[in-house]
Design a protein around this ligand. Structure first.
Ligand SMILES: [Zn+2]
Ligand SMILES: [Zn+2]
Length: 108
């Protein structure tokens, strides 16, 4: 299975095509299922609050655009549900707003 290089990922991001990160077989066949399995297909954030919710997304803890080198780093990935994922990014936006940093919309 081909593993995309860091420079390749950087180029996708520069082109606004970070969705390509999620279209690689390396992601769909290996990284994503590994993260989901590690989390028992449950949302890690809900779990930390004692709730059990099915995970829908694999989220980059260090944001993809800022840390493309961690795009496929299993330690940088957690399985989360839709609600928690929304919440993480809202919080993130708010934090950035406070720090007066320009933000682009994230694509999953
Ligand atoms: Zn959740
Ligand atoms: Zn995310």
């Amino acid at each position: 299975m081909r593993i995309p290089s860091a420079s390749e990922i950087n180029r996708w991001i520069a082109e606004g095509r970070e969705d390509k990160v999620y279209k690689q077989r390396y992601w769909t066949n290996l990284i994503r299922p590994t993260v989901m399995k590690r989390c028992n297909n449950e949302c890690s954030i809900c779990k930390s609050k004692g709730k059990h919710t099915k995970a829908n997304y694999v989220h980059h803890i260090k944001e993809l655009k800022q840390y493309p080198e961690n795009a496929y780093d299993l330690n940088n990935l957690i399985a989360v549900c839709w609600d928690c994922h929304e919440e993480i990014h809202e919080r993130f936006k708010y934090k950035l707003k406070k720090e007066n940093v320009e933000l682009n919309d994230e694509r999953w």
